[in-house]
Write a protein that binds this ligand. Structure first.
Ligand code: FMN
Length: 195
């Protein structure tokens, strides 16, 4: 039975392609009556994969490079085979859940997949919040909306998030932050060296 304390939790959803290749993407999931709700945009690989293979994995990871990597063309993370479904999970995940899709609504621009938990596996303990990890997640969300947001808004938010990066980032957070900054600059949005 699924349970989330917050309204939406940012996780990595790993699906299988029609060739059986694992595909990992950041998704904001929610929970309704013990079921997880996954809402991929159309078109997306996650949408295609879930439609043709109705099993997937939710990975709970504090390696924010997986989030930043999905938006900057880096998706080569090591995975391992699942225990009870045909699928894979991220080998670095703190925990993962193996899911079976039990219902599907395709009527909106974001499809709604309702998933039951087949099993949950813990790998490593949660070791507390890190502000730089949250900052990377926020910056990744900004990057996923680069074409929709005004440049000024992106510059302001990056400047604010930089405070948490400078105070609390470790090597993984700094690497992810660098990828996201480069992507923003590649889109023609100027960032100063301090942010
Ligand atoms: C924190 C975070 C949450 C996201 N949540 C969603 C989501 O719920 N649905 C979605 O379609 N894309 C979401 N995205 C964007 C996708 O991860 C991104 O577009 C990705 O490339 C998915 O496309 P794919 O399935 O083709 O890989 C999110 C991105 C981030 C950084």
């Amino acid at each position: 039975m699924a349970q989330l304390n917050g309204k939406i939790h940012e996780v990595i959803v790993t699906t299988l392609s029609s060739e059986g290749r694992p595909h990992s993407a950041p998704m904001g999931i929610s929970e309704v009556n013990g079921y997880f709700i996954i809402k991929p945009f159309k078109p997306s690989a996650t949408y295609d994969n879930l439609k043709q293979h109705r099993q997937c994995t939710i990975n709970y990871t504090d390696d924010v490079r997986v989030f930043a990597g999905a938006l900057t063309g880096r998706r080569d993370w090591t995975t391992l085979p699942c225990q009870q479904i045909e699928g894979h999970y991220l080998s670095d995940a703190l925990a993962h859940a193996e899911l079976e899709i039990v219902a599907f609504d395709d009527s909106d621009s974001r499809a709604v997949f309702k998933a039951a938990v087949i099993c949950e596996v813990n790998h490593s303990p949660f070791r507390g919040f890190n502000r730089a990890q949250s900052a990377v997640i926020e910056a990744a969300v900004l990057v996923s909306r680069l074409t929709m947001l005004p440049a000024e808004k992106i510059q302001q938010e990056i400047a604010y998030l930089t405070i948490a990066i400078e105070k609390t980032a470790g090597p993984r957070e700094l690497e992810a932050w660098g990828w996201l900054r480069a992507k923003i600059k590649d889109a023609g949005i100027e960032l100063t060296d301090n942010d």
